[in-house]
Design a protein around this ligand. Structure first.
Ligand code: AMP
Length: 400
């Protein structure tokens, strides 16, 4: 894993499309504070957070004179108070363009790294707030490229001792390029903040769609699960496991396609670490909740268990082991769940083959992709959004 300085040096170009043309503001670089100044290297090896945490909200600071700066964007992007544009401006001291250690030849070569800075973006409406900061709609000035900008406060990252998690998220996500995985195009930082340039998922959180719908019709659930399987297969080929698959960590793109996000808990496999209580209890596989057992070491198969829980939740509207925390753990450890009768026989079969206590006996992703339930609902090459017109968010009329 690269050290924090490597991360500072790694920038990626974004592929641009010419929507919402805008003036090309002549910003230059501000001297950048070092990320390593704010994130103590001595903490990095020990800072694995034991639980998901929410960091306190912080407003973006005003500019050097104490005045907030505003920027006007087109109708699709609302006006908000901006962090200092002045503070992003001139300085001859741009970031040193040291060689990027992560841009070594790979199977998927990247475009030349670019020196991003805040002045290159117009900032739009807030899209949401997460455990590490806020996310804003943004547009790259020179190209009009619409993206999301995640703002992380270094002090909060330090306080929360989640440096490792953030580094992991940046490292892993920026090396993944798949339709159903939220792209991380690049990142930059100033003295106080880290900015992640990420793909804008226009339809927002899948969790909200699910809560609104109650549960998804089988065809829609199957198509989501097929997309999940495709993304996980891609990740696992790269020896990355997500470990925190759940509806809250899935976003939805313009065409209704799903985008896996939140790689804060993902790790490179094989991983011989013992039980770390990360992720939401409902989605934890049995091998992650039984502490102190030799066979408790886990692999990519954790994501297959979570895929089973996800399939269940999509179809039923709640997770299969939902209960008090103690009971949830007990039920997961025993694989105790009931599938309601309105779930089809094929879907039931898939769930049962994924929610298997022994990780080695769980279905593989290849087997998920050709499972009769998936085949039945996913015509090859057809994406779910081609079938959603008028149907998204509606409750299914259940046919037994
Ligand atoms: P996070 O910090 O990644 O958990 O993001 C917080 C919230 O911001 C999410 O729950 C979404 O509602 C929203 N959000 C984050 N990233 C994006 C994105 N790329 N596109 C659209 N909305 C996003």
């Amino acid at each position: 894993m690269a050290d924090i300085q490597n991360l500072e040096q790694r920038f990626e170009s974004i592929t641009v499309q010419d929507e919402n043309q805008d003036s090309n503001a002549p910003y230059q670089h501000k001297p950048k504070g070092s990320l390593s100044q704010a994130i103590s290297l001595s903490n990095l090896g020990t800072a694995a957070a034991q639980s998901r945490m929410k960091l306190p909200l912080q407003k973006l600071p005003a500019n050097a004179a104490g005045k907030p700066t505003q920027t006007t964007l087109s109708t699709t992007i609302t006006k908000i108070t901006l962090p200092s544009q002045a503070a992003q401006r001139p300085s001859a001291e741009s970031r040193p363009s040291d060689p990027d250690p992560l841009s070594q030849p790979t199977d998927n070569p990247k475009p030349k790294p670019k020196n991003w800075h805040l002045g290159m973006f117009e900032i739009g409406k807030p899209l949401g707030k997460g455990k590490f900061g806020r996310v804003y709609l943004a547009r790259e000035r020179s190209t009009g490229f619409v993206c999301a900008l995640k703002v992380l406060h270094k002090s909060e990252i330090q306080q929360g001792k989640v440096e490792k998690q953030v580094r992991r998220e940046i490292e892993i996500q920026s090396n993944l390029a798949h339709t159903n995985i939220l792209r991380l195009y690049g990142h930059f930082h100033d003295t106080k903040r880290i900015f992640l340039i990420i793909e804008f998922a226009r339809q927002g959180e899948l969790y909200k769609h699910l809560r609104k719908a109650g549960r998804f019709p089988e065809w829609q659930a199957a198509q989501y699960i097929a997309q999940m399987a495709s993304a996980l297969k891609y990740m696992h080929k790269k020896h990355v496991m997500h470990r925190d698959i759940k509806p809250e960590n899935i976003l939805v793109g313009l065409h209704g396609e799903i985008k896996i996000s939140d790689f804060g808990w993902s790790v490179h496999a094989p991983n011989n670490r013992r039980n770390t209580m990360c992720g939401t209890l409902d989605y934890l596989p049995p091998e992650m909740i039984k502490p102190g057992r030799e066979e408790n070491w886990y692999s990519e198969k954790v994501d297959l268990w979570s895929l089973g829980v996800l399939t269940y939740e999509f179809l039923v509207g709640e997770a299969p082991f939902e209960d008090t925390p103690v009971m949830t753990q007990r039920r997961i450890a025993r694989g105790e769940m009931t599938i309601p009768p309105f779930v089809s026989a094929e879907a039931r079969d898939l769930i049962k083959r994924l929610l298997v206590l022994d990780p080695d006996k769980r279905l593989s992703l290849e087997e998920v992709e050709v499972h009769p339930w998936i085949i039945k609902h996913c015509v090859k090459g057809e994406r779910h959004y081609q079938r959603t017109s008028g149907g998204e968010g509606k409750k299914e009329k259940v046919v037994q």
